[in-house]
Design a protein. Structure first.
Length: 291
């Protein structure tokens, strides 16, 4: 079997989303301990392998719909590059390896991983076809990743971080749906197979998604103005650099989507987007200077 086909089936490029588990540890700005880094690395691979298993499961369920999609038809299972028996074998191996790594970590992390798997299975089976609930589930899955990182690194849970992430990632999920609807409209399609959206929902999805992104920025501002936050940093004023950076980035991503250049996956777009890296660097510098 071609290793490239295997990597595409596992969607290894999507593993970048699981780097979110490192965020709670970085924001806790503790002295680096080998045990915490070891746990986080194990958690990253456990979550990533289980996520790959869920992607294969979803592709097996959507094989007929994917074959009718102009982009998804090129996925290994839909295109026939990976046979169903091999896909099932890859699913079992990925899931077993991921769960095996999870056994090396805390019960709390294992619980979050189990929650993640249950949510992805329900999403693949039914929830992805329910309008609006699907994007809330996608946003929640990103937040679950962060909570998993909190338990893996054994750091304090931040209420502000969880609420911020929920609204931010709902905005990105809406952005994904917007791009799909935008491309549907270009193809003169009324509805997507297996989805509850129709092309007329484009403007509403755009409004809800951009509003969610700006609410996330408001939550960040409230966090930076919280007396408890001010007491954690030596120079908290530097944190204000984050607000205009995020404001620009969310506006930038939605502008790109409205121009039809998002290609249906905002996370993958951001990986190849220079302004996204600049914004990320500004946020990192702001936190370092504040500390």
């Amino acid at each position: 079997m071609n290793p490239v086909i295997i990597l595409k089936s596992l969607r290894v490029h999507q593993w970048v989303k699981n780097l979110l588990i490192f965020i709670p540890f970085l924001l806790a700005y503790r002295q680096v301990e080998f045990s915490q880094l070891y746990n986080l690395v194990m958690a990253f691979f456990a979550l990533s392998l289980c996520a790959s298993a869920s992607y294969i499961f979803n592709d097996l369920l959507d094989i007929q719909a994917d074959r009718l999609h102009p982009v998804k038809m090129n996925r290994p299972i839909a295109s026939g590059a990976l046979s169903k028996p091999l896909a099932y074998s890859l699913l079992v191996i990925s899931l077993a390896t991921g769960l095996g790594l999870a056994l090396l970590l805390s019960r709390d992390f294992q619980a979050m991983l189990l929650l993640y798997l249950i949510m992805t299975i329900l999403y693949s089976l039914k929830l992805k076809s329910i309008v609006l609930l699907d994007v809330i589930i996608l946003g929640a899955l990103y937040t679950v990743r962060i909570v998993a990182g909190i338990y893996a690194a054994n750091v304090d849970i931040s209420f502000w971080l969880l609420v911020f992430s929920m609204f931010l990632f709902i905005s990105l999920a809406m952005l994904k749906r917007f791009s799909e609807l935008y491309n549907m409209r270009l193809r003169d399609e009324e509805s997507a197979s297996g989805r509850g959206y129709i092309s007329k929902d484009l403007e509403l999805v755009s409004s809800l998604g951009s509003a969610s992104g700006f609410i996330a920025i408001l939550i960040m501002v409230l966090y930076m103005h919280d007396p408890l936050t001010l007491g954690k940093y030596s120079n908290p004023d530097w944190l204000w650099m984050i607000m205009p950076a995020l404001l620009y980035w969310i506006s930038h991503m939605w502008l790109i989507a409205h121009r039809g250049n998002m290609h249906e996956d905002p996370v993958l777009y951001a990986i190849h987007d220079v302004p996204s890296y600049i914004v990320g660097l500004i946020c990192i510098v702001a936190v370092v200077l504040a500390i």
